[in-house]
Design a protein around this ligand. Structure first.
Ligand code: ADP
Length: 576
């Protein structure tokens, strides 16, 4: 327990002092709780000895009242200190986590960690925030109360003290076994929760596809399996936990009965006086309450330990190094000079190398197109430019600077990316465009929208630029979403544009509008285009054929046609 408490205190960082102070108030509350009981005993004892007078009654009454009031005051201070700390700590921690996630390589998110991140944010953090701080002060109170009760038994009679110590030891033994069970199952339960979250997210995101392919039964079957697994584990947990909880209650009953029996025996054999016997009857029913409640709360604290492990796991994921100090030359590299250089780049997502010794240059203001069979490595080449993943072998230079040696922020300032898969946030149209450059004026945002050919349809929305669009852009057509994402890039006005040929799945009207928007975006920019339809890149300054992780052909359209290789073959295939 001390280990978990220490962990929680460490987690509270700059709010440590609040937690430590709350332990003092929790300690004082524990002492205050027992004072009325002791007073009762003293009172009865005096009555029995005929030594109680009016003044004594008043004094006892005042002390009892004061202790009850102080107990309430200490409890309040302790609660305020601890609960507020929970909310403050987790507000900070969520921001830190957001910052950390921002710096993780994209690989982290594609390797099945979305469920983990979601459940850390939605389950673990909320659980600790709402449960653990209050639990901590209660635990301190319980420990103090139990120590005082056991101490009191020793004061009354050493045999009673020894028996109560023995019963407390049995409690500790059973309680610890119960905690072990809780910990084991809470780890499994949480793993289930992660995969369930992952499955629910997958189902919700893919609901359109699932419906259109009539896979509702199949996919919801998978989801149902996850629910059933989670349900089974919850039942297993109760089955495993239940007997220990019952044993704890049984020990409580048996312990109280044993204490009572010993008391009666000692009284009968004249070893304790009648006033002590009455005092014992008073204490007995409060004797093991603290330790019983302690283990009830400890189960929650154990779950906290497992939750902390998972939070740490996410925080321990290795961030992309961002300690580069070099700066890009603001004047640019100059027309005709190499803006982007891939120098012998090899890369593997996992074990299998997907890029092998890729080298090429893109000159400033020119367009380079990546073409080739699906799975060849085109998207990988493009995403390495923005350091979505880091390469182990080779170098990528922008304006002569190794992208690992400049701050990530300034690297991102150099690049605009238009993906095939667009994401619009559940926010106003205005804010979705303004992400491109948060300090832009309203006129600049509207101007970007005009250039991206989306001004007209935005003005037809119920609240124009202030219309809130659904999550992922749900309330707009694919082409409209695409144009908003292009407006974002136009507003950003980065010198390099990476374009995953974006018009694959829209109608003819939209396609024309998107092509116009893209032309606006690409004006005077250095372009790296992943092309699927070859007619759009006929005029590219350089075409690279990427196949099986290598550049197999390079040149402009006419020289590649002359070579009569894979490119020429692809062109004739598409033409026919
Ligand atoms: P292209 O864009 O030419 O279709 P990609 O760059 O998408 O090709 O893929 C190249 C190879 O890398 C493929 O074998 C693909 O399966 C693999 N790959 C792509 N993305 C990932 C990823 N996130 N994790 C693991 N492997 C990936």
């Amino acid at each position: 327990m001390l280990k978990i408490m220490h962990r929680i205190i460490e987690m509270t960082g700059k709010y440590k002092w609040r937690i430590r102070s709350s332990y003092i108030t929790a300690f004082l509350k524990g002492v205050m709780m027992k004072i009325p009981l002791v007073l009762c005993f003293l009172c009865i004892s005096r009555f029995m000895r005929g030594k109680m007078d009016t003044t004594g009654c008043i004094v006892f009454g005042v002390i009892a009242l004061a202790s009850v009031l102080l107990e309430a005051v200490f409890e309040h201070i302790s609660n305020v200190l601890q609960s507020a700390t929970g909310y403050m700590v987790f507000a900070d921690m969520r921001l830190r986590l957001g910052d950390h996630l921002r710096k993780l390589p994209m690989g982290y998110f594609t390797e099945g960690n979305i469920g983990k991140v979601s459940s850390v944010l939605a389950t673990d953090m909320i659980f600790i925030e709402e449960n653990c701080m209050g639990v901590m002060s209660e635990l301190v109170t319980f420990i103090i109360s139990q120590a005082l009760m056991t101490g009191m038994m020793f004061v009354m009679d050493i045999r009673l003290g020894l028996l109560s110590l023995l019963i407390v030891s049995v409690f500790i033994l059973i309680g610890n076994l119960m905690l072990k069970t809780t910990l084991k199952h809470s780890v499994i339960k949480q793993e289930d929760c992660e995969s369930l979250t992952e499955e629910v997210l997958d189902f919700a995101e893919g609901i359109g596809i699932i419906k259109s392919y009539n896979m509702l039964g199949e996919r919801s079957g998978k989801l149902r399996d996850e629910f059933e697994k989670s349900c089974r584990e919850s039942i297993d947990f109760e089955v495993a936990y239940g007997p220990w909880a019952r044993a704890l209650y049984l020990t409580f009953g048996i312990g109280t009965a044993l204490m009572l029996a010993l008391c009666a025996f000692l009284f009968k054999t004249g070893r304790i006086s009648d006033e002590y016997m009455v005092g014992m009857a008073l204490f007995l029913f409060d004797m093991f309450v603290s330790i019983k409640s302690y283990y009830g709360q400890m189960a929650r604290l154990t779950v906290t330990d497992a939750s902390l492990n998972r939070i740490e796991e996410v925080f321990n994921a290795e961030e992309l190094k961002d300690d580069g100090q070099q700066k890009f030359d603001t004047a640019g590299s100059g027309s005709g000079t190499a803006e982007i250089v891939y120098d012998n780049v090899s890369f593997a997502y996992t074990d299998k190398e997907v890029l092998k010794n890729v080298s090429f240059e893109v000159k400033q203001g020119e367009m380079t197109a990546l073409v080739g069979p699906s799975g060849g490595g085109k998207s990988t080449i493009a995403s390495l430019l923005a350091r979505f993943w880091d390469i182990k072998n080779g170098r990528i230079l922008i304006k002569g600077k190794n992208i690992k040696e400049v701050p990530l922020g300034s690297l991102m300032d150099q690049i605009s990316m238009v993906f095939q898969r667009i994401y619009l946030f559940q926010d106003t149209v205005y804010n979705n465009i303004a992400i491109g450059r948060p300090d832009a004026t309203r006129a600049e945002v509207e101007n970007a929208a005009k250039k991206a050919r989306c001004y007209d349809f935005i003005m037809q929305l119920p609240n124009g630029f202030d219309t809130v669009i659904g999550e992922g852009g749900a309330s707009l057509s694919g082409g409209e979403q695409q144009r908003i994402s292009i407006a974002r890039c136009i507003l950003k006005d980065a010198p390099i544009v990476v374009l995953d040929e974006a018009t694959a799945s829209v109608d003819a009207d939209n396609e024309r509008a998107i092509q116009e928007a893209i032309s606006e975006l690409c004006r005077d920019k250095t372009l790296l285009v992943i092309a699927h339809r070859l007619k759009t890149i006929k005029d590219a300054d350089q075409i690279l054929v990427v196949s099986d992780g290598k550049i197999t052909e390079r040149g402009d359209h006419s020289s590649l046609m002359e070579q009569n290789g894979m490119y020429a073959h692809m062109v004739s295939l598409q033409a026919s």
